[in-house]
Ligand binder design. Structure first.
Ligand code: ZN
Length: 302
C-alpha cells in the first residue's frame, strides 16, 4: 500500500511539477509582453525633424539646409568624442572622416547640401542617410546599415544624444566590416554564427559608447538590476526586467520623452546589455552571447 502511495506521489510530482513550471514561465512571459507593449506604445509620438521626403530637383529651403548641417556637425562631434572608447571605435573614427550626410528623396535617391553648394564633392568615406516620416514604413528598421547603398540609414527623428552616439558607432562598425575589411560576416546569412558574431561585436561597442555617453551610469544601473533580479538564465533575466527598470534606464539615457520608434530601439539595447553583462559575470563567453542573441532575434516572444 505504502509503495503504491509513494509511486502515486512520484507520478503526480513528475507530471505536475513541470506543468507548474511551464505555467509560471507562461505567466512571466505574459507579464513581460504586457510591460513591453506598454513601454513602447504608451508614449507620445516620436519627434521627427524630417517629416517629408523631398522630391528630386526641388531645392531645399534655408531651414532644411540648416537642419541637415546640424546633423553633419552632430555626427562629426560624436565620431570625435567617442573615438577613444575602444580600438574599434578608434578605427571607425579614423576611417570615416569624409562624410556624405544626405536625405532620401521620395524617388529613393539620396541628396545632400553639398550638392547644392557648387563644391567639388570629395570621394566620401561613408554615407549617412536620413529617412523622412512619410516614407519610413518602407524601411526594415529605424536604423540600419544598407550594404546595397553602402550607407547608414537613420530615421529623421530627434534621437537622444546618448542613443544616437551608440547606434551611430554600431552601424558604422557594420560599414567598416563591409566596406573596409570585406569581412565574410558582413554578407553572411543572418542566422549564421558568423553574422551573429558581428552583431555581438557591434552591440558590445554600442554598450561601451552608451556607457561613456552617460559617464558610466548606464552599466552601473545594468549591474544593479542584475544584482537584484533573481534569474538563472539571461532569457529569464530579460523576461523579469520590469518596466520600472526600463524607466530608470530611460532616465539615465535622457530618453524619458522618447516616442515609440526610439523606445523600441532602446528596449532592445537594454535587454541585450542586461543579458551580455549577465553572461560575462557568469563566464559565459562569446558562445553564450551567440546563443542568447539567436534566441533574442529569432525565438523570443513579443
Ligand atoms: Zn547590427
Amino acid at each position: 500500500m505504502a509503495i503504491i502511495v509513494v509511486v502515486l506521489i512520484v507520478v503526480a510530482i513528475s507530471w505536475g511539477y513541470p506543468k507548474y513550471l511551464g505555467y509560471q514561465q507562461e505567466k512571466v512571459e505574459k507579464t513581460f509582453e504586457r510591460q513591453y507593449k506598454s513601454f513602447i506604445l504608451d508614449r507620445s509620438p516620436d519627434n521627427w525633424w524630417l517629416l517629408q521626403a523631398p522630391k528630386i530637383g526641388v531645392v531645399p529651403t534655408k531651414e532644411e539646409i540648416q537642419k541637415i548641417d546640424a546633423r553633419v556637425a552632430k555626427i562629426e562631434e560624436k565620431f570625435q568624442r567617442y573615438a577613444e572608447v575602444s580600438p574599434l571605435s578608434k578605427r571607425i573614427a579614423s576611417q570615416f572622416k569624409e562624410l556624405f550626410v544626405s536625405i532620401l528623396t521620395e524617388e529613393g535617391v539620396s541628396v545632400s547640401n553639398s550638392l547644392q553648394k557648387e563644391e567639388v564633392l570629395k570621394q566620401p568615406d561613408i554615407e549617412i542617410c536620413f529617412i523622412a516620416a512619410n516614407i519610413f514604413r518602407q524601411h526594415p528598421n529605424a536604423v540600419y546599415y544598407s550594404r546595397q547603398r553602402r550607407s547608414l540609414m537613420i530615421a529623421g527623428v530627434e534621437w537622444p544624444e546618448t542613443v544616437f552616439a551608440g547606434m551611430l558607432f554600431h552601424e558604422a562598425g557594420h560599414a567598416l566590416f563591409d566596406i573596409v575589411d570585406h569581412a565574410p560576416s558582413a554578407s553572411a546569412n543572418p542566422r549564421s554564427n558568423s553574422y551573429i558574431s558581428e552583431e555581438i561585436v557591434m552591440h558590445e561597442l554600442e554598450i561601451q559608447v552608451v556607457d561613456a555617453a552617460t559617464g558610466g551610469a548606464f552599466l552601473q544601473e545594468i549591474d544593479k538590476i542584475i544584482q537584484r533580479t533573481p534569474a538563472k538564465t539571461p532569457q529569464d533575466l530579460v523576461y523579469r526586467a520590469s518596466l520600472s527598470n526600463w524607466q530608470r534606464l530611460d532616465e539615465i539615457m535622457g530618453a524619458t520623452t522618447a516616442g515609440p520608434i526610439v523606445s523600441d530601439i532602446n528596449s532592445a539595447q537594454y535587454d541585450i546589455a542586461l543579458a551580455f553583462r549577465f553572461i560575462e559575470k557568469r563566464g559565459g563567453g562569446r558562445s553564450g552571447k551567440v546563443a542568447f542573441y539567436r534566441w533574442f532575434r529569432f525565438e523570443r516572444r513579443v
